[in-house]
Design a protein around this ligand. Structure first.
Ligand code: AHG
Ligand code: MN
Ligand code: MN
Length: 333
């Protein structure tokens, strides 16, 4: 149920403005205006996802993206929705997307313009669309440093520099989760009001839960430490496994119920499959803010220095105890 204050629902815009008053008094409001572009785009995406099967958004576009993956029609629709909405915000300097080869400069950065960089995975888990399984949108916001030599240099910042991150999971309802470094908050899209209403504030992950989430079909090509962890988890007798194949949906369950998500290096993807900058970093920021942890197997994800905007990383993310259980096997090697 939506949370009420003084008998009123709290919309996401209101929540962001209240947080800004509390943590950054005197701020210009441009940041909340920027985030409203993202929420608008996700409402458009949510409505397309809801109508999948009724309008022509199912299936493949017939092209591949920079990562060599098949592009679905809804990937492009979602990408356009985000780019259009962000294009109308003066504060957005650079955008980078999973579906675009290069980051794009929208505004040169100065005192009044272009002060933020926004990166996104417009549609996460897009191979799940045609079978009516949850998909998501992931986004992250960085400051756009002035007086930097190149766009690349501006964009390639470690996750610890994120000023905001979030995702929307288009599931049985559309749920938005975000953090600006002051806790993790959850909103549910009320389709009648067309507004995201606050449904959970200051989410904390459980201490531990006997769940792991991993594509075990690749088990034989995982490094042996991951194999030993999985063998141990099975021998414990308590663990259950859940794997949706949409990172957002798999992570959202772990945020609320606990457990660990693993995408180890594999023979096919020796650096892991997930993208550091617009998949791993945003959810790592959220996990840490909710009391959890995220590792690439040897480092805290948020400290990893990216080499390119489309870098991949192995990912172990969940409650601190669950993540430590996996790291125990890796460190013991
Ligand atoms: P995307 O649809 O944005 O390319 O992301 C798909 C990702 C992620 O959502 C999921 O966790 C993972 O791919 C699943 O990969 P496998 O099919 O190899 O398990
Ligand atoms: Mn993705
Ligand atoms: Mn995607």
């Amino acid at each position: 149920m939506p949370i009420k204050r003084n008998g009123q629902f709290i919309t996401i815009q209101q929540h962001i403005v209240e947080a800004q008053r509390k943590y950054r008094p005197g701020s210009s409001g441009e940041f909340s205006w920027l985030l409203s572009a993202i929420t608008l785009a996700t409402k458009i995406i949510a409505s397309h996802v809801r109508r999948a099967g009724l309008v022509d958004v199912w299936g493949e576009q017939g092209t591949t993206n920079v990562q060599g993956e098949t592009v679905q029609k809804l990937d492009l629709l979602a990408n356009e929705a985000l780019k259009n909405a962000l294009g109308y915000r003066d504060s957005v300097g650079i955008i980078a997307s999973e579906e675009d080869n290069e980051p794009r400069v929208l505004q040169e950065v100065d005192e009044a313009h272009g002060r933020y960089i926004v990166m996104f995975d417009p549609l996460d888990g897009s191979s799940n669309i045609d079978v009516n399984v949850s998909v998501g949108t992931i986004f992250t916001v960085f400051r756009n440093p002035p007086e930097v030599a190149s766009t690349e240099e501006s964009v390639l910042q470690p996750g610890a520099e994120q000023v905001a991150a979030g995702y929307v999971v288009y599931g049985s309802s559309a749920i938005l989760v975000y953090t600006t470094g002051h806790g993790v908050h959850m909103f549910t899209l009320d389709p009648d009001y067309g507004a995201y209403l606050l449904t959970r504030e200051n989410i904390r992950m459980p201490e531990h839960a006997p769940h792991y989430s991993c594509n075990e079909a690749y088990y034989h090509t995982f490094p042996s430490a991951y194999q030993r962890y999985l063998a141990w988890a099975k021998s414990e007798g308590e663990f259950s496994s859940r794997y949706i194949g949409s990172l957002v949906a798999d992570f959202h369950r772990i945020l609320l119920k606990g457990g660990v998500f693993l995408y180890p290096p594999t023979e096919k993807q020796p650096d892991g499959k997930l993208r550091l900058m617009y998949e791993a970093n945003p959810i790592a920021f959220i996990a840490e803010q909710a009391g959890g942890a995220a590792s690439d197997g040897s480092r805290r994800v948020l400290t990893v220095e990216p080499n390119t905007v489309h870098d991949r990383t192995p990912l172990i993310i969940g409650t601190q105890r669950n993540v430590n259980e996996v790291l125990h096997f890796i460190q013991k090697r």
